[in-house]
Design a protein around this ligand. Structure first.
Ligand SMILES: Cc1cc2nc3c(=O)[nH]c(=O)nc-3n(C[C@H](O)[C@H](O)[C@H](O)COP(=O)(O)O)c2cc1C
Length: 179
């Protein structure tokens, strides 16, 4: 699939079929993740691949907007060691998007589930701490998000490319770019 086609087709899928994702596709998703650039090439990531239904159900309780994990047969938790770099958020976000686009290319649906700066439904702890404890991650392994992955049980229209010209300037803020 061509890159622009994948960017248009990629949508947030929140309902999945129970069909398992093939090991070869999981491998490709991880290859995509590790193809990500990172600041100073520190590569601070740790990816936790989860297909255990019980764990996925517990992750779905990490916060209110974690609904996609209720049906997803697979999730990849995006963690990064903050002791190695101060820009682990950026590094993690890029890897997450690589996985998102690779999933589309592989015919899979996916959805970003935000974990950083979110709280559990009861608000008794951060969603990040909840996930760290559940998965046994050391405290320095910070979690930006979880990518829910699986075969879609819903259909969404591709996006059409559209430039929001009011959000684009030319040479200085507010000056229109005409091309
Ligand atoms: C940083 C970020 C955080 C997001 N957090 C969540 C989330 O916690 N739960 C969820 O269901 N979707 C989440 N999404 C998905 C967005 O809601 C979605 O990308 C947006 O509505 C556009 O829809 P589309 O992805 O289908 O194009 C998140 C997306 C991004 C980029």
């Amino acid at each position: 699939m061509e890159l622009f086609e994948a960017m248009q087709i990629r949508r947030s899928i929140r309902h999945y079929k129970p069909t398992h994702v093939e090991p070869e596709k999981i491998r490709r998703l991880l290859e995509a993740a590790f193809l990500s650039p990172s600041g100073r090439n520190i590569r601070p990531w740790h990816f936790i691949v989860i297909d255990d239904r019980n764990l996925l159900d517990q992750l779905a309780n990490a916060k209110s907007g974690a609904r996609p994990l209720k049906t997803a047969p697979l999730a990849i938790v995006i963690a990064a060691d903050e002791d190695t770099t101060d820009i682990w958020i950026e590094d993690s976000a890029i890897a997450a998007e690589h996985i998102h686009l690779a999933a589309t290319d592989l015919g899979l649906g996916s959805c970003w589930v935000q974990i950083r700066v979110r709280h559990t439904i009861a608000e008794e702890m951060s969603a990040e701490k909840y996930v760290q404890q559940l998965l046994g991650l050391p405290p320095s392994f910070r979690i930006t998000c979880i990518i829910a992955i699986g075969y879609p049980a819903e259909t969404k229209h591709p996006h059409e490319p559209e430039i929001e010209w009011n959000k684009v300037s030319y040479n200085s803020y507010g000056k229109a770019l005409v091309i």
